[in-house]
Design a protein around this ligand. Structure first.
Ligand code: GLU
Length: 436
């Protein structure tokens, strides 16, 4: 059987976005599933709009996602080859030249009216009418090749067996087929992935401000979670399974079982997926990732912080975080002296006098033989009995006083990691306030 060779062909005229990353993933996955090759082809023919910073971002993001390529090449290095192929079509009378006002020459392909049929591996048979296709510029008058032409020459010379790309390229496919035929080159198989729609409907595109992959990284998404999410935007392992390990996906994936219908980008689902991965991630690794942000925020000092403490707090939160970055906002109270109390939470839970309750709680904590979550809880339950009040009457006010928030990890663990002193200080603030 011929070797599968697929390619991902980004133009470095923008960052890598969700759509491109999904195309890259599906190509990579198909290559890995078939022991084929994954080629990265940088389509940098538009010299004015191609930028090094975009190229760097694309390469970095692909690596971050784990989509390593087997080969890489740049169209910008092959202008001579494209011209040679265009000359061939000129000589055979399949193309003609047109002079520009600056006296430079463009090479244009003559389109012959005909029906073009392709069998798409995902969409099935599609028929196009070349009647609707105008003559195609192959080499522009500035000497650069057009996308369709360079793409065909490259896909053919690089022996690409399967062209897997987004549905937005479907109108290019008949134009490319005509060029393959004119050049006498064998056609690759085509597979067009269904569109990804924005949450509000409509297309996700570079221009509508879709998020760059590097930004997802900065926002605290794990690459494995993002890859798993991208995978579901065009394929599913069946049995309603959603969290799927990439190695397992490789064993199950086939391009012919990709979804046929458009997918919708759902930020909430991505958060859910990220949480699934954060839950099971190695807390040591998460701690490493979080430390720079904590330093930047001034929550810990670069050369003198207690890593073990940060690790404990990471463990306390990792099961409930949508993204790593949320840790900074959610766990702030463990790292600052003065807690910022959410005004609404204060209004709801701390607007009445709790001096007696808080004072008694502090007294009980003071005399604990060991300060650990279980004993803290017992001491809290004893207090409830003594005061003859329901738990919620006290648990929320204490939480808000200690953390500034209404939600968070288990209160007794929060108290344990805050420590006796800080717990006392924070509760006292509300006692003193009443006295003023
Ligand atoms: N450079 C094109 C793009 O970024 C590649 C399209 C293709 O895969 O043929 O959309």
């Amino acid at each position: 059987m011929e070797q599968v060779r697929v390619r991902f062909a980004p133009s470095p005229t923008g960052n890598l976005h969700i759509g491109g990353a999904r195309t890259a993933l599906f190509n990579w996955l198909y290559a890995r599933a078939t022991q084929g090759k994954f080629v990265l082809r940088i389509e940098d023919t538009d010299q004015a709009r191609s930028k090094k910073e975009f190229l760097d971002e694309i390469l970095f993001s692909l690596k971050w996602l784990g989509l390593e390529w087997d080969e890489i090449s740049f169209q910008g290095e092959r202008f001579a080859q494209y011209r040679e192929y265009a000359q061939r079509l000129l000589q055979e009378g399949r193309a003609y030249t047109e002079r520009s006002a600056q006296n430079t020459e463009a090479i244009i392909f003559k389109v012959t009216p005909q029906k073009i049929k392709i069998t798409d591996l995902i969409r099935g048979e599609i028929t196009f009418d070349a009647q609707d296709i105008k003559d195609q510029v192959l080499i522009k008058s500035d000497g650069t090749p057009t996308y369709n032409f360079a793409c065909v020459v490259d896909d053919a010379t690089m022996k690409i067996s399967h062209v897997i790309r987004g549905d937005d390229h479907i109108s290019n496919t008949p134009k490319q087929v005509l060029l393959y035929q004119a050049l006498g080159l064998p056609l690759p198989k085509f597979a067009h992935l269904p569109l990804i729609l924005g949450t509000q409907g409509g297309r996700l595109s570079k221009r509508t401000g879709a998020t760059a992959i590097s930004e997802f990284r900065q926002r605290g998404y794990l690459p494995e979670a993002l890859v798993n999410y991208l995978l579901l935007l065009g394929w599913s392992p069946g049995n309603n399974q959603e969290v799927i390990d990439i190695q397992e996906a490789i064993t199950l994936f086939d391009i012919t079982n990709a979804n046929k219908t458009a997918a919708t980008f759902d930020a909430e689902k991505l958060d859910w997926m990220n949480n699934q991965y954060l839950k099971n991630a190695d807390p040591e690794k998460l701690t490493d990732e979080i430390i720079p942000s904590l330093i930047e925020k001034g929550y810990i000092m670069k050369d003198s912080f207690d890593r073990g403490y940060v690790l404990s707090i990471v463990k306390l939160f990792q099961g409930r975080l949508p993204t790593l970055r949320d840790f900074i906002d959610w766990a702030d109270f463990f790292f600052v002296d003065a807690v910022t109390v959410d005004p609404k939470a204060q209004e709801k839970h701390l607007s009445h006098d709790l001096s007696k309750e808080f004072s008694l709680f502090i007294k009980k904590l003071e005399v604990l033989p060991e300060f650990d979550p279980a004993r803290i809880e017992t001491c809290f339950r004893d207090l409830l009995q003594e005061l003859n009040i329901e738990s919620r009457k006290l648990i929320h006010p204490i939480r808000v006083a200690l953390t500034g928030k209404t939600v968070g990890p288990g209160l007794f663990e929060v108290i344990y990691y805050l420590g006796k002193e800080r717990t006392k200080q924070r509760l006292s603030r509300w006692i003193e306030r009443r006295d003023i």
